[in-house]
Design a protein around this ligand. Structure first.
Ligand SMILES: [Zn+2]
Length: 227
């Protein structure tokens, strides 16, 4: 029997040009998570599965995740002019390092914005980009993407009414946690506070919430003492 490799070829059909192609994915039996931050950023030994959640069509360059919707008819021309005609390098079918992952997520953020995908989906891409810059210790870029992720989750919270209560709880938690990470402790407490009295909050989220609620209270107190 051939030895299993961590990466395998997953088949896709392009949402834009309909061509069939493969991109790599990490076999679930090879995913070794060794840590997690309070905004759910995971740390992995070996291949990082996040790097492979964006597929890029090697024929036309369209980038998407499994959560993208079909290309909208009235967005097709704009996507052609502003994206398809401009993209030069399209081959992301091999294994990916951190800088390649940053590139493909930025491509997906572009196509997703042009195709007017849901704010919550775009927020997820920005959150991952924030994490990738955290891996890279690039604080400025990390904060830029966490800021954008928080704004997009706030848009989702205000406008998306098809989400499940569990999803909405997660967005509210993330908005609070991201604002806290951006130094806005008061805002962090306001958003986290909305979850304190939710009766059926998922237990893992309740534990994190209480921990962060307390943490940002201490940070606010400390700020008060310095002034
Ligand atoms: Zn394509």
């Amino acid at each position: 029997m051939a030895k299993l490799e961590p990466l395998y070829d997953k088949r896709y059909q392009c949402l834009f040009c309909k061509e069939k192609f493969t991109n790599k994915k990490v076999r679930s039996s090879f995913i070794r998570q060794v840590g997690r931050d309070t905004d759910f950023c995971g740390y992995f030994e070996g291949e990082n599965p996040y790097f492979y959640d964006v597929a890029v069509c090697p024929y036309c360059g369209y980038a998407f995740t499994v959560n993208f919707g079909p290309v909208k008819k009235d967005r097709r021309e704009l996507i052609t002019e502003q994206y398809i005609k401009k993209i030069k390098y399209k081959d992301y079918t091999g294994s990916r390092d951190l800088s390649t992952a940053i590139k493909v997520y930025k491509l997906a953020y572009l196509t997703g914005s042009l195709n007017q995908e849901k704010s919550s989906l775009l927020a997820g891409l920005c959150l991952r980009l924030g994490w990738f810059y955290r891996y890279n210790r690039n604080v400025e870029e990390e904060q830029r993407y966490l800021r954008r992720a928080s704004e997009l989750y706030q848009e989702a919270y205000a406008n998306e009414d098809t989400a499940s209560p569990g999803e909405v709880h997660l967005w509210v938690y993330l908005i609070g946690e991201l604002e806290g990470r951006l130094g806005n402790y008061g805002l962090a407490r306001q958003w986290l506070g909305r979850l304190l009295h939710v009766p059926d909050l998922e237990p893992y989220l309740r534990n994190l919430l209480l921990d962060r609620w307390e943490y940002y209270r201490e940070r606010m107190d400390n700020d008060g003492k310095e002034n």
